[in-house]
Design a protein around this ligand. Structure first.
Ligand code: URA
Length: 197
């Protein structure tokens, strides 16, 4: 058992709980303060996160930063992590194409996430997308079934769920982009209000 987030990050470097370590560059631990009031959980590191070793530094991360700013959430108040700590991908020529983690990878990584939550003890955990909600709830979860609700996890922590920023990046028509961005910001404002209350 790790006694601090720094220790956990060190221990993660030698994780072989599933096979993802074989092809990933490195495990990517969460980032943020031990006393953070909010924990955001994404899915898994992407290409840039895998290379840099830091969560949410690529396109999705930059969009998340913008959303934080717009919703009045301070990054310093957050611990940002992922349900799965190694990048799962399929090589295609020189490119590495993101591949959704399966139930096996999520389960193999769950001990790390559980320990991060114990160490941070936030006021609220926010699942970004269905993989994070699945990891946190310990059962296959569709986002539409949990979005907009405040749930209590088995460890006693409160959880809310919203879309993953990558979902917004994948939308192609302008009207849906604008609509989904507005709903995402509204979700984050509710999150901000929840921790202020
Ligand atoms: N997407 C995620 O879910 N996590 C990251 O760290 C980056 C992109």
């Amino acid at each position: 058992q790790c006694d601090s987030l720094a220790e956990l990050a060190r221990a993660l470097t030698s994780c072989v709980n599933c096979d993802l370590w074989r092809h990933a560059t490195q495990a990517v631990p969460g980032e943020g303060a031990e006393g953070a009031r909010l924990v955001f959980v994404g899915e898994q590191p992407g290409d840039e996160e895998d290379l840099s070793g830091r969560p949410f530094v690529g396109r999705a991360g930059r969009l998340l930063d913008t959303a934080f700013e717009r919703a009045g959430i301070e990054r310093a108040d957050c611990y940002v992590t992922n349900a799965v700590k190694h990048f799962r991908f399929e090589p295609r020529g020189k490119r590495r194409i993101h591949k959704k983690p399966g139930a096996r990878e999520i389960a193999a990584c769950n001990g790390w996430l559980a320990r991060e939550l114990e160490l941070v003890r936030p006021r609220l955990v926010v699942a970004l997308g269905a993989s994070a909600a699945t990891a946190l709830l310990g059962r296959a979860t569709a986002l539409k079934d949990v979005r907009g609700q405040t749930l209590t996890l088995a460890n006693g922590l409160k959880m809310r769920a919203t879309v993953h920023p990558s979902f917004l990046l994948r939308l192609t028509d302008e009207a849906s982009k604008r609509r989904e961005w507005r709903i995402f910001l509204a979700d984050l404002r509710e999150v901000a209000a929840f921790v202020e209350a």
